[in-house]
Design a protein around this ligand. Structure first.
Ligand code: GTP
Ligand code: MG
Length: 372
């Protein structure tokens, strides 16, 4: 947001990208057609080309804004909503086990080799307050899912096994949470193990900028054992206190908006989308769009697989009714009627195709040829 690529910028100035790449190259900056250009750099270049850059022009509209799907909320319509808490961390550090213990469920036992391969979302009630949890995979192959998990969350829980310490995906998860700008709570897990060393975890994380409250920092560390169910209440209390400070609110009255966390094609019921509703209330019969797909909500299932009629704020649900499998990460919107929905997805498909074809890559070889 607020940034465009060098290629787009060149198009707007009406000069060949190669000319700009060369200009910057001679100034010692190695950029390609896909490199983002900061506003400052754009302005600097524009002066050279005698053009004026308007900051507004640089902001590409999200499709929700473009089709006027984003409606302003009136203050009086806003109500408190449950916090969304994403559990992140290195593979096998006990994320799913922790959620299983909190929910008294047993998701881990149903997983292939005990490895989480998708995002799962669940809701619990603690002290009369709902909390939504999003479980992410720790395996290195699933960076996209961790990024997606961090993008939808209000608070990130970084799970670190006390017998293993900070590992590569711990650091990666931390960087996603930092990029999302959300508060981070550290759950130091597996403290039941004899070789557990929670102190080492604290020291290692300090090197990554997470300093525990006891050591004068502002990061809450909670030592837990998912297996022995130790200090889970402390963790939940810390979550609720952190959430309260955020004063999370949304409007339940408007047409629903949410995000697709997962999607698949079910041979029996067709396209299925796991979504998290962020605004409004989703109902059976609602017309929906997500990226290039649309449909009408035929059935809704909650996190326990039970049929429900409505989905509220911060609630995860499975939607059946899309015409095709929507893309994970896409925003889902409720639309007035089917004709309008069709028009929107056609437009989105057209734009995405255009973006695809204009995305040319420049290799080092082709660059050096140009500069010969
Ligand atoms: P991925 O989703 O694949 O990244 O793994 P995960 O972080 O969800 O770990 P998972 O919950 O699948 O647990 C991995 C292993 O650690 C399992 O064998 C668990 O039984 C074990 N484990 C989890 N928590 C604890 C704990 O508190 N103590 C002990 N001793 N073992 C634990
Ligand atoms: Mg897991």
């Amino acid at each position: 947001r607020g940034e465009i690529t060098l290629g787009d910028f060149a198009d707007r100035l009406g000069v060949p990208s190669s000319e700009i790449i060369k200009k910057l190259f001679l100034k010692g900056q190695m950029l390609t057609i896909n490199s983002p250009i900061s506003f400052d750099l754009a302005e600097e270049l524009a002066v050279e080309y005698d053009a004026l850059v308007e900051e507004e022009e640089e902001i590409e509209l999200e499709f929700g804004e473009k089709f006027a799907l984003e409606v302003e909320d009136r203050e009086e319509d806003l109500v408190e909503r449950p916090p969304v808490i994403t559990i992140m961390g290195h593979v096998d550090h006990g994320k799913t086990s922790l959620l299983d213990s909190i929910r008294a469920s047993n998701v881990v036992s149903g997983e292939d080799g005990g490895i989480t391969q998708k995002i799962g979302a669940y809701q619990i009630i603690k002290n009369g307050k709902k909390i939504t949890f999003v479980d992410t995979p720790g395996h290195e192959a699933f960076t996209d899912m961790r990024a997606r998990g961090a993008q939808v969350t209000d608070i990130a829980i970084l799970v670190v096994a006390a017998d293993d310490g900070v590992m590569p995906q711990t650091v990666e998860a931390l960087s996603h949470a930092k990029a999302a700008g959300v508060p981070i709570i550290v759950a130091v897990n597996k403290i039941d193990k004899p070789e557990a060393n929670p102190m080492k975890v604290k020291q290692e994380l300090m090197e990554h900028g997470l300093i525990s409250v006891e050591w004068g920092g502002d990061t809450e560390f909670v030592e837990v054992s998912a297996k022995k169910k130790l200090h889970l209440d402390d963790l939940l209390d810390t979550i609720l206190i952190t959430a309260e400070i955020l004063e999370l609110k949304a409007n339940p009255k408007k047409r629903a908006k949410g995000v697709v966390l997962e999607s698949k094609l079910d041979p029996k019921v067709g396209p299925v989308a796991d979504v998290l509703i962020q605004e409004g209330t989703l109902k059976i019969g609602d017309v929906i769009v997500a990226g290039e797909t649309y449909g009408k909500v035929r059935a809704l299932l909650n996190d326990k697989g039970e049929r429900i009629d409505v989905v509220g704020l911060s609630q995860p649900a499975e939607i059946i009714g899309f015409n095709q499998v929507p893309q994970a990460g896409d925003t889902i919107y409720v639309i007035q009627n089917e004709q309008h929905a069709k028009r929107i997805v056609e437009e989105v498909a057209k734009e995405r195709k255009l973006a695809e074809t204009s995305r040319k890559t420049i290799t080092l070889e082709s660059l050096s040829e140009q500069f010969e």
